[in-house]
Design a protein around this ligand. Sequence first.
Ligand SMILES: [Zn+2]
Length: 745
Amino acid sequence: MTVLEPNAAPTTGDGMIPAPRESTVPQEEPAMAAAGGIVADPSAAPAAEATGGSDAVDARGGAIGTVVEDWLADQSTEAGIPVTPIPIPQRPVLPVRIRQASGRYRSPAAGFQLELRIDVDGRRPLKKISGDYFSVSGATTSYFGSWTVDAVTTTVTNGALVAVGTARCTWPTTFTVARVTIPRRTIFQSPAPATIQWSTPSGAIGATYTCAPEGAALRVVELEQDVEAGVTAFTSYDTGSLPSGGPARTLTAAAAYGEAGIQVLDTGGGNTIATSSNHVWNNASLHGAMTAHFSRWQERAQFKVWLLHAQRHELGTGLRGIMFDQQGLQRQGCASFYQVIQAGTPQNLREQLYVAVHELGHCFNLFHSFHKAFMTPPLPNRPGALSWMNYPQNYNPGGGAPSGAAAFWGAFPFQFDDLELAHLRHGFRDNVIMGGTPFGTGAAVEMPVQPSDPTTDTSGLRLRVRTSPERPVLGTPIVLELALTVDRGQQVHPAELLHPKYGLVQVTISRPRGDTIVHRPPVLHCAEPELLQAAPGQVLPVSAYIGYDAAAGQLFEDPGTYRIRAAYTAPDGSVVVSDTATVRVWGTRSAEDDAVAGLLLGEEVGMAMTLLGSDAPALGSGMAALEEITEEHADHPNAVYARLALGINAARPYTAVEPDGSVAVRERDLDRADALLTPAIDASRGEGGLDDLTVLQVMGYLARSHAAEGDGVGARDLRRDATRLAEEKELPGAALGLLAEDPAD
Ligand SMILES: [Zn+2]
């Protein structure tokens, strides 16, 4: 039986091997135009560019040459290495410029089809090549696998560029040596096809594919953008408006990706989502809006992404953007919030551009620069990265160099860093495509490990963790209580930003089944926090539900012992590792325990608990399971969690966006919220029930809801009650921040 794999030489006899893979595509293909932004239109200004390099010929000097050995270097618009042309006076005078070889190529759709990406010249060449195979069968085409050559050697031989290197592949093959040949063409000729021949390291010849040029961009992504009523969506920013670290140019979000070699096609959208004024989004309604309103949304992997330009998120003005799609197939949608960056000042336009490119970067599966260690597999953090994926305020090049937002903006050239470029251009398809692997997961199946203690830690910060409740039975939602103690006064993030959903704290869980999970909160928030000047001895507490993971689903599905650690990345880049919390999940002891556990461990219940309820149809069965607990098992200790999620959901309005862009608002139901949350609060005054911070949070939320409905007296009583409770429980002063009044009320 012949193993069918694309790099091996075609054989005959089993009827499964495709026809010859020669290109049948005529070579009069559209020119590799500048749409992808890899290089400026080569025909736009040949005379000016001709002064720069060896492959160009100075017509005025009467010189002509075909000396192009190092034409590659010249193709980089950033290299700018001047090379003197070699004059050959007898030859005719012609300006000649060589086409760049970099770009996207495709073999015919027969058997295996190869999408080939060449990245050896043009803008910021990475000297890599990569490709995706699709298997074509009848009228169907399926993704087969990807490969990447991380470092190619290029030569020019017999008028052709030859690139050779060894590939990493997603499937087992011995044919790993790639040799790509692309005839050189001038800009006056049509672009040449690329031929790739595979062989084994010992020289056995494998398959050959001839791929027609398809475009200058290495990937193409469709972007659909919609706008909430009252928001003026970002269009472009002139990077020369304020000091920066790069050349002045006008950037749209698409142009920023174009510079990275990724063509972003704006597919319209532009619909206005007609919310009422002062409308506030939450994560549940954002996800619902995406599934209803993103016309290209499907629950499958595709290079299509949705960006909502919105006004305000319930988490407040610090939240500038969010990649909210971390349920089901992930990374398909994001939003930016304009509440505090709407006015068209240069600073705000710059922020609007940054947020759009940054959130879309998450959709491409890029992590924050200072969180690369938390990817699977991990990379070292790069807090000094001048990248779209860094937080300006987290920028820290080290060595005593200026850090923070002002230093970042002064040096930022409005680009991704090289490792991010490599991912965008050459990452294995599933790791890049929207709806592919879960956020933060690469191709390698590597086992994460618990963070180890730093060898030295002079950060002056301590992180402590413990879980709540103390004796959970199977199905009990597990809450992690974190407390950051500041021993040496310094700037830290405010307590609420220590919630893992902001990404500054990463939680790692070792489970009794033997694996270790780096917890990925199902929704990642990108906040631009105001830092807090903390005094020595100050304690910053936060509690977070960690029972549900964006990739692994329910995390505490087995009875047994779990070990949990957290790591906080401080503003100066220090990684503060917590102690280890050990929690034993007990088996069920009664039929009712069994029934409640079965309901609470449902997949949609985990997401509903994360969102604290939702009206989204996709979570309907999860909400129904919580209802069933409050009705059929009202006296079970874990009913308090069902009341929590149902009650918070009732305490806030829910906006459903219909496919036509119209909006239906389900109003706040305060009576129902009171009926659910009051018993949950009362059950938590002593030892049992919700953890202390969550109770306080619930009381604060309910107080704000009463205030919003005009019940100032009820709101005040709730806050007084909560303050007393906080004193009884001896909570740190910072916890009272949870009772803050909504500035909008
Ligand atoms: Zn972010």
